[in-house]
Design a protein around this ligand. Structure first.
Ligand code: ADP
Ligand code: GN1
Ligand code: MG
Length: 356
């Protein structure tokens, strides 16, 4: 057993898990937490080293997660099960913070959409998730990352990173930088809508990419929405938009060959039918109108976050190679520019999906 495995095994044993730990290994494709699969002679678990640079208040974060998962479980919804430490705490706080979840068996997560039906199912499930959150008392939630989807703020952060250009990388991404700067006047509609009250403030998931939902390995039905770290007040535009930016693409978020990356209107339709169908009782006219824009906005926002991280030396998102964040930013910008050309079609699809 390597030291790394031994140390993680010792941490795993601090939790109230069943059986003897036999194996601990890295798992999944998340960009934020360090996720480990723990196997005992009885069961499997997911242990995460929490990213406390990103989530600076782990106590409040875990209180949010325990509250939301209890709320869902009480309504018969399959959700994450927090395994406490042997001392009864919701997570372990040492030099680093760790938490443990039961492994949700017989499920898979997709990095790209293999089948429109799967994407429809994920949309339906995120829409239903939105409905359950609507019944949750928002005053019980702590905002885990302030101004998470405040796109003008993200744009300001981007410009600050650009100004600094600490790693002298601007020269390698001038085209992408210009793409973001050229669209400066398109970033404020969601934040302004929330501020003026034109858009309702809801409790939202805020990180609804396809690999944050577990799908049944046999039926392709959605089983559980996971990655509950960013549940906070927000807008439906965010949850709808973020799913589209990741899933309504013909390629992976980090596909280096841009000729393979295209916005797929049929996948957009599949997701819209799932999501809008589920929220049609509560969605407002303004939200309907802005859903296509939400998809564009989340794609641009994510792209500028990847590009900012590239310019700042890759400290936020986990990367696998030099230039990974730039590759990710490029896919987002290609998708966003294609979305801009298809707002009318997207809009017709959203309205029809709300009628069904
Ligand atoms: P990050 O915040 O880094 O994205 P996630 O919480 O999304 O981390 O977890 C990363 C991946 O681990 C998920 O995409 C999923 O594949 C897997 N995963 C997380 N929790 C579970 C669970 N309880 N059961 C099965 N797989 C899980
Ligand atoms: C991160 O945690 P993960 O990998 O599911 C990020 C999202 C981005 C996404 C891009 C807390 O999601 O906001 O949209 O990467 N999460 C956080 O893939 O910043
Ligand atoms: Mg995740």
């Amino acid at each position: 057993m390597t030291d790394y495995t031994k140390e993680n095994k010792q941490i795993a044993e601090l939790f109230a898990i069943e059986g003897e730990v036999q194996d601990v290994r890295p798992y999944g494709e998340g960009h934020i937490n360090q996720t480990l699969l723990v196997t005992t002679d009885k069961k499997r678990y997911i242990m995460q080293k929490m990213n406390t640079k990103v989530f600076t208040d782990p106590d409040s974060l875990m209180r949010n997660i325990c509250g939301v998962t209890e709320h869902l479980r009480a309504r018969g919804v399959e959700t994450l099960e927090v395994i406490p430490t042997k001392e009864g705490q919701p997570f372990y706080k040492g030099e680093a913070c760790y938490r443990m979840y039961a492994f949700i068996e017989n499920t898979i997560t997709y990095q790209t959409v293999s089948d429109a039906k799967v994407f429809f199912n994920s949309g339906k499930s995120f829409g239903e998730f939105q409905n359950y959150l609507a019944e949750f008392d928002a005053s019980k939630l702590t905002e885990t990352i302030a101004r998470f989807h405040d796109t003008p703020k993200r744009f300001a952060d981007f410009k600050a990173a650009l100004e600094k250009d600490s790693f002298n990388r601007r020269k390698d991404c001038e085209k992408e930088v210009q793409f973001v700067l050229d669209r400066a006047d398109t970033y404020s509609k969601a934040v302004e809508g929330l501020q003026s009250g034109k858009l309702p403030l809801r409790v939202t998931h805020n990180d609804t990419k396809l690999n944050n939902i577990l799908m049944d390995a046999e039926t392709g039905e959605a089983r559980a929405v996971i990655d509950l770290d960013t549940i906070m007040p927000g807008s439906m535009l965010y949850d709808f938009g973020d799913s589209i930016r990741f899933g309504a693409s013909t390629a992976a978020e980090d596909e280096p060959d841009l000729s393979k990356v295209n916005f797929d209107i049929n996948l957009f339709k599949a997701y819209a039918e799932g999501y809008c169908g589920a929220v049609k009782e509560s969605i407002t006219e303004e939200e309907k109108k802005l859903m296509p824009y939400g998809a564009y906005l989340m794609t641009m926002e994510c792209g500028m976050r990847f590009l900012s991280d590239y310019l700042s030396g890759d400290t936020y998102f986990a990367t696998k190679y030099a230039g990974h964040n730039l590759v990710r930013a490029r896919t987002q910008f290609k998708l966003a520019s294609q979305m801009q050309e298809r707002f009318e079609e997207m809009s017709a699809i959203v309205y029809a999906a709300c009628e069904k």
